[in-house]
Design a binder for this molecule. Structure first.
Ligand SMILES: Cc1cc2nc3c(=O)[nH]c(=O)nc-3n(C[C@H](O)[C@H](O)[C@H](O)COP(=O)(O)OP(=O)(O)OC[C@H]3O[C@@H](n4cnc5c(N)ncnc54)[C@H](O)[C@@H]3O)c2cc1C
Length: 467
């Protein structure tokens, strides 16, 4: 008899949530974690620390530039970076402790060490001292997450040339920060250091920022960031960094080829994406198939090609987002319990936690065009939203994309303060197959920024009130 019904490898948001749901459904569950703390990338070196620093640096920026106009007189704020890092660490610790508590509460065994799959139903876990224990289980869920993608020929030392992990723990504000990659992580961490005083230059291979997000939103967002002090070098690539001197010398070439220029920086942040993490898992020996991008291949029920072995989260295809991993964790646990676990990949919100925030759910205009779907657009700017006007934070707009024939909402894109909180009414509406008319006829509290969503939905039918 195997000891467990389910062993989950990895305790990131995919793994720990999967374990909890399986325990709720009556399974005997264990998690295996090689890190000293539970919670994975998200809690330790991802979502949580980045949001703590984004919040703290935003307060610093507000105190310096926004308080006075509201009649709040304070002397110029002074940065205490160690205290800010301590604030970040307290946030991490609180969340990690929360996961530990949830493991105990749900009677989930936590096995410390690196898990290697020996075969279906069998795992070897090696702890730090080299001691190996074998665990038998009916099912295995691989939730080993992802690691930073590296640039060929550029070595990340996490001091001067950093990944997101190093950028979350710098011990001083770099005078000049060069960010390689204009994706979510590069722009969020670039924002943190820009607010604290760095001159930030972002080099991006593509001719736009935020690849994958709506083009119109990305364009306006770029303008806003430039106003804040960001400089962008689009259609460009960093091909090498000379580390021999006091300052770093980055060689930047046009993406299409051409003469190189040199950019000086004190710190370079490499933020070109993340890759699935399967090192040491023994997948080859166990016969588990990977796809051509190194992700664990799964079917529509999260099953790999080996019976009894499943995979979820960053290590499989799809957006590398914590909530996507969580929902997959719930779904696979329910499937293992004989239920109809399911994730609706058409309705996974995405948020950039900058100021203003950017959020999106569903299709972009580019995707609809490419798919040949006829659509109508409703836009509403925050300059016409009462709450935003009184707060004097009117940057951005809401954009609703609806099917031209059926009026069904296909995508919602927001750039503006609190956009990350506002996107969920659109997500709920889309889960229920709602129309722009449904959104427009739903009473919204006044004054709220969310009224801009209602107005954008009204604008789909060309009848916005405040515009
Ligand atoms: C800087 C940054 C900011 C981010 N911000 C956000 C955000 O705001 N919102 C959002 O949705 N997403 C964000 N993400 C992405 C998010 O962190 C990931 O999508 C999420 O953590 C994926 O969860 P996961 O469970 O698949 O894997 P992970 O969280 O990566 O967890 C995997 C775990 O598996 C463990 N592990 C790996 N191999 C083994 C093994 N063989 N044995 C035992 N344990 C093993 C690892 O130690 C790790 O703890 C951010 C990422 C970064 C880097």
């Amino acid at each position: 008899m195997p000891t467990y019904d389910l062993v989950v490898i990895g305790t990131g948001p995919g793994g720990y949530v999967c374990a909890i749901r399986a325990a709720q459904l009556g399974m005997k569950v264990a998690v295996v974690e090689k890190n000293a703390t539970l919670g994975g990338t998200c809690l330790n070196i991802g979502c949580m620390p980045s949001k703590a620093l984004l919040h703290a640096s935003e307060m610093f920026e507000e105190a310096a530039h926004s308080f006075a106009k509201m009649g709040v007189g304070v002397s110029a704020p002074k940065l205490d970076l160690p205290a800010m890092m301590n604030f970040k660490q307290q946030g991490i610790d609180g969340n990690v402790k929360g996961v530990e508590f949830l493991m105990k509460k749900n009677k989930i065994d936590v096995i410390r060490g690196t898990g290697r799959i020996v075969g279906a139903g069998k795992l070897a876990v090696a702890d730090g001292s080299g001691k190996v224990q074998t665990i038998e289980t009916r099912n295995i869920v691989i939730a080993t997450g992802s690691d930073v993608a590296r640039l060929k020929g550029i070595e990340i030392d996490e001091k001067r040339i950093v990944s997101s992990t190093g950028a979350l723990s710098l011990d001083r504000v770099p005078g000049r920060l060069l960010v390689v990659g204009a994706g979510v992580i590069g722009l969020e961490l670039g924002s943190v250091w820009q607010r604290l005083g760095s001159e930030v230059v972002v080099v991006e291979f593509l001719d736009r920022i935020l690849p994958g997000m709506d083009g119109e939103v990305a364009k306006q967002f770029q303008r806003i960031l430039e106003k804040q002090g960001f400089a962008f070098k689009l259609s460009s690539k960093v091909t090498g960094i000379d580390t021999s001197g006091k300052t770093l010398l980055a060689r930047v070439e046009p993406a299409a080829g051409g003469p190189a220029e040199t950019l000086e920086a004190d710190v370079v942040l490499v933020a070109i994406g993340r890759v699935p993490y399967t090192e040491g898992l023994g997948l080859k020996g166990a016969g588990v198939a990977l796809d051509n991008r190194g992700r664990v291949e799964i079917d529509a029920h999260f099953a790999t090609n080996v019976k009894g072995i499943y995979a979820i989260g960053d290590v499989v295809a799809g957006p590398m987002l914590a909530h996507k991993a969580e929902d997959e964790g719930v779904a696979v646990a329910e499937i293992l319990a004989g239920q109809a676990g399911h994730v609706n990949y058409d309705v996974i919100p995405g948020v950039v936690y900058t100021t203003p925030e950017v959020s999106a759910v569903g299709k972009t205009e580019e995707e609809l065009k490419q798919a040949g779907v006829a659509y109508t657009v409703g836009r509403f700017p925050f300059t016409a939203n009462g709450r935003s006007k009184v707060y004097q934070t009117t940057e951005g707009f809401v954009k609703v994309l609806a099917d031209a024939k059926t009026d069904r909402v296909l995508g919602v894109h927001i750039i503006g303060r609190e956009a990350g909180e506002m996107i969920h009414e659109a997500a709920v509406l889309m889960e229920f197959g709602g129309s722009a008319e449904d959104l427009a006829r739903t009473c919204h509290a006044h004054p709220t920024r969310s009224e801009a969503i209602k107005e954008a939905a009204l604008a789909v039918g060309k009848r916005a009130i405040h515009m």
